[in-house]
Write a protein that binds this ligand. Structure first.
Ligand SMILES: Cc1ncc(COP(=O)(O)O)c(C=O)c1O
Length: 385
């Protein structure tokens, strides 16, 4: 009876598969199984103490009330400085909206942009939440195919752009593939976007997790014209190991930033007051402390690519902390189930990322687990070849 009352909008939404696998793996661990959980989408490091202490100080000083619904001015100013420092982008604090995680920023942006039936292009393989958020916002997800190297098939992109296309979602470095778009590739994409005047939502949450001396480039930094069309989304979750604090932010052209700020003011209001102070401490500190974590991720990535069996099909990740891989010709779900039962590895099936036949592993786990994972994946590939 109550089920009938649930909106079609809510019924159309799939639960987050990454969170579901994580839950299942945790249940198995609780039941005494020695599972290596590779489904995690967060750094395995703790939030640095100086960030925690900033929140504790804020609490002790009574900073526990509502704030400006777009985030405290000091934090929005610090975010403008971050954009200048890291991306050579100039924004004013009024163009920044701080939200409860980058996920929330993405949702707000899509909600502010999509009218019923507007099309949003999402290049596969994509982060699981994009299509569902688009649907919630009233838009229609249109999936762009990928090439061998997991990068966007530009010819397909050109083909699927229609009069209804409102937004292109870009995610570099990418979850789930770890690909990082080069400046040249971004220029190619920007040219198409400018020609059709499409808004780009550029999800840059993994910007600092890049390897092999690569540097992340924000598409917004390519020209003033493309900057106007771009909503840059970022957050503190991945860079500072702050996933539970729920602070993300976006920068956009002023009228769009105001529309997004209005939506937030009528829904969640401000993100948590003292978490904003913690984010402020993270963003304004000397950033060299991030390098230690990045170095460790790079070591693990290198171990995987240097030791993984040639029987396993994958693409070397240049960023983030995931590897999307394929063993044999099973479906994603079959492969994930077999790896869980036979090798005690909890992975995420690639179907929900738009990557049939693939599974995603995360190397946000100890080096010991990484080594054991490679061993088990290789023995599985050998056994099933
Ligand atoms: C590509 C991508 N964007 C956004 C997010 C959300 O990050 P946050 O914790 O800031 O909401 C994630 C988290 O997994 C992600 O992988």
């Amino acid at each position: 009876m109550i089920e009938e009352k649930i909106s079609q909008k809510a019924k159309n939404i799939k639960p987050s598969s990454t969170l579901a696998v994580n839950k299942k793996a945790m249940e198995l661990v609780a039941a005494g199984e020695k599972i290596i959980n590779l489904s995690v989408g967060e750094p395995d490091f703790d939030t640095p103490d100086f960030i925690k202490n900033a929140a504790i100080k804020a609490l002790n000083e009574g900073f526990t009330k509502y704030t400006d619904s777009s985030g405290i001015k000091q934090l929005r100013q610090a975010i403008c400085e971050k954009f200048k420092r890291d991306n050579n982008l100039d924004y004013q604090p009024d163009q920044i909206v701080v939200s409860c995680g980058a996920k929330h920023s993405l949702f707000n942006a899509l909600f502010a942009l999509c009218d019923e039936g507007d099309q949003v292009i999402i290049p596969a393989p994509y982060w699981v939440s994009y299509p569902e958020m688009v649907k919630l916002a009233g838009g229609i997800p249109v999936i762009c195919s990928y090439k061998e190297n997991f990068k966007m098939d530009i010819n397909h992109l050109k083909k699927i752009i229609s009069e209804k296309t409102k937004v292109l979602v870009l995610n570099s470095p990418s979850n789930p593939t770890g690909i990082v778009y080069t400046k040249d590739e971004l220029e190619q994409i920007a040219e198409i976007v400018l020609k059709h005047q499409i808004i780009v939502i550029s999800d840059e949450v993994y910007e600092h997790l890049v390897y092999g001396g690569l540097k992340h480039v924000s598409i917004a930094s390519l020209s003033e014209e493309i900057k106007k069309l771009t909503v840059v989304v970022n957050g503190v979750s991945k860079t500072y190991a702050m996933t539970g604090w729920r602070i993300g932010y976006l920068a956009a052209e002023l009228s769009l930033a105001k529309a997004i700020a209005n939506i937030q003011s009528q829904t969640t209001s401000n993100p948590t007051s003292f978490a904003q102070k913690a984010a402020l401490a993270a963003l304004t500190a000397d950033q060299s402390f991030v390098l230690g974590m990045v170095k460790e991720f790079e070591k693990r990535r290198n171990y995987i690519v240097e030791n993984i069996s040639p029987l396993i099909h994958y693409c070397k990740p240049d960023g983030a902390f995931y590897v999307l891989l394929k063993i044999g010709n099973s479906s994603s779900t079959e492969l994930a189930e077999k790896l869980l039962v036979e090798e005690k590895l909890a992975t995420v099936p690639g179907d929900d990322f738009g990557a049939q036949g693939f599974i995603r592993i995360s190397f946000a786990t100890s080096m010991e687990n990484v080594k054991e994972t490679v061993k088990r994946l290789n023995q599985f590939a050998e056994r099933t070849k």
